[in-house]
Design a protein. Structure first.
Length: 124
């Protein structure tokens, strides 16, 4: 184990998966290094189950439940939650970003989030 910062990966074209977890208010995750384990909100796994594994550094997730098997990146997560296509998921995320930047306008933190939503970029 090497000490790693908790920096959110900011690769272009990619939404930080932790942002998505925040949007869905996913709780009960336990942190181990750059990884999060917890109940899977996609198939509504029980609180005591720890099927969902999120790799914060690679910005990916995988659910180890055999009834679910969801995996992918942040947009795949949204698509699985919303039961929509990845394309639609990207649109939804863009809407959330816009709403959040309006909600936090006027604060210095809001400026940071705005610049994020601009720099995040989307695949068209
Ligand atoms: Zn699952």
């Amino acid at each position: 184990m090497t000490p790693q910062s908790d920096d959110i990966p900011t690769r272009k074209q990619e939404i930080p998966i932790v942002l998505i977890l925040g949007h869905y208010a996913v709780t009960g995750l336990s942190k181990r290094g750059g990884e999060l384990w917890g109940p899977c909100p996609i198939h509504n796994g029980g609180r005591e189950k720890r099927d969902l594994h999120i790799d914060v550094r690679n910005n990916s997730f995988v659910c180890f439940s055999q009834v679910c098997c969801a995996h992918g990146n942040a947009l795949d997560f949204v698509a699985a939650m919303e039961k929509c296509s990845v394309q639609e998921a990207a649109l939804k995320v863009r809407e959330w970003m816009a709403e959040e930047s309006i909600a936090t306008e006027g604060t210095s933190r809001g400026r940071g989030e705005r610049s994020f939503s601009k720099s995040a970029g989307f695949n068209h």
